[in-house]
Design a protein around this ligand. Structure first.
Ligand SMILES: [Zn+2]
Length: 68
């Protein structure tokens, strides 16, 4: 973490990363996938929680991640 980082400072490539993920409605609860990162082409681990449908996705290469 640096002092420049805050919630309004979206890193470059983040939207490409998001764009490479499936729509939440297209994934069943409890499902896990390995995807290609829309930002860097690396491996993205994507999962949707069984109980509440929360999404977690993280790229191994560029380290972009979301939790929803
Ligand atoms: Zn990536």
């Amino acid at each position: 973490m640096t002092e420049e980082e805050n919630d309004n400072d979206i890193p470059e490539g983040f939207w490409k990363f998001i764009g490479g993920l499936p729509a939440s409605k297209d994934v069943k609860n409890g499902e896990r996938r390995i995807l290609e990162c829309g930002n860097c082409g690396g491996k993205v681990y994507y999962s949707k929680a069984e109980n509440n449908g929360h999404i977690f996705a993280k790229c191994c290469k560029c380290k972009m991640e979301i939790m929803q």
